[in-house]
Design a protein around this ligand. Structure first.
Ligand SMILES: NC(=O)c1ccc[n+]([C@@H]2O[C@H](COP(=O)([O-])OP(=O)(O)OC[C@H]3O[C@@H](n4cnc5c(N)ncnc54)[C@H](OP(=O)(O)O)[C@@H]3O)[C@@H](O)[C@H]2O)c1
Length: 265
């Protein structure tokens, strides 16, 4: 496991801290790395797969679409906070885009030898959640009152029991997909989660061909993936971008905040 040496160690509450009055938390004897609450947010963008399944988020190790408005939204929410991602999502970022700047990048891998330059590698979701709330010394300017789990499918499924809020960009498009997000709408129907807010449907702005070409570095377009999935990768056919009819932002929260699982390591 790779650790960032600038971080302080995590400590369980001292026995004498148990049962203290609420305003004791302002006691100057407390250190920055004492146990503190942290809000766990999940964020993803999803569309419908070509076979009609909702929650499509990835294909061929990349994103099935390129939507700059979503990337801007993602950045505005996650900036200055810790971000937790799976090893495959880390590898899906182009080398120029990783680590995600002005965020504490934490990567989960079961491989103890795995290195991710500019990020800290841990071996479990619990270790990632624990690390995310530890202040670094000296102060790195990262705000550890909340963290963002940014994918992919395996990590979203692991993180959901710990999540307070989920932020979904709903994309109206059909895409080739091999990775899916948790079915958050089913959880709403089951009464475990509720929609807090949603924007209306918005139209994506036109993207210039030059920007599209750059975007291909970190994006797998739908028909390129279909060729690859069928074992008939065509080098002659230029991949076409996915047709996005609209997008909207939908925010969810748990109906019972007490049901959030606490990370115990
Ligand atoms: N649309 C979106 O918003 C969005 C967001 C993010 C990603 N994506 C897409 O999602 C896809 C990647 O998702 P994915 O599900 O295939 O992979 P992933 O969740 O990104 O990464 C999976 C890997 O993370 C490690 N890992 C995860 N949980 C672990 C645990 N509990 N303990 C130890 N290691 C753990 C393992 O790495 P090792 O194999 O090294 O052990 C595992 O193979 C890509 O296509 C990406 O583009 C989409």
């Amino acid at each position: 496991m790779e650790h960032d040496s600038s971080r302080s160690g995590y400590h369980e509450p001292k026995p004498e801290q148990v049962g203290r009055e609420e305003n004791d938390w302002e006691n100057e004897d407390l250190h920055d790395d004492d146990l503190r609450p942290i809000v766990v947010n999940l964020i993803w963008a999803q569309a419908r797969s070509t076979d009609g399944r909702e929650g499509a988020i990835g294909v061929g190790g990349g994103m099935p679409w390129y939507l700059p408005e979503d990337l801007k939204h993602f950045k505005s929410l996650t900036i200055s906070h810790p971000v937790i991602m799976g090893r495959k999502t880390w590898e899906s970022l182009s080398e120029k885009r990783r680590p995600l700047p002005n965020r504490d990048n934490i990567v989960i891998s079961s491989n103890p030898q795995y290195r991710a330059s500019g990020a800290t590698v841990v071996d479990s979701m619990e270790a990632a959640l624990d690390l995310a709330r530890q202040e670094s010394i000296p102060d790195d300017g990262i705000e550890r009152n909340e963290l963002w789990v940014i994918g992919g499918g395996q990590v979203f499924a692991d993180a959901l029991p710990y999540a307070h809020r989920v932020f979904v960009t709903d994309i109206d498009a059909e895409v080739a997909a091999d990775v899916f997000a948790p079915d958050i709408e089913q959880l709403v129907r089951d009464g475990q989660w509720r929609r807090v807010s949603e924007t209306g449907w918005m139209q994506p702005k036109q993207v210039s061909p030059k920007i599209k070409a750059i975007a291909k570095l970190g994006t797998v377009h739908a028909n390129q993936a279909q060729h690859t999935a069928g074992g008939t990768t065509s080098e002659t056919q230029d991949p076409q971008p996915v047709a996005i009819r609209g997008y909207r932002f939908v925010d969810y929260e748990r109906t019972d905040p007490q049901s959030v699982r606490q990370a115990m390591i």
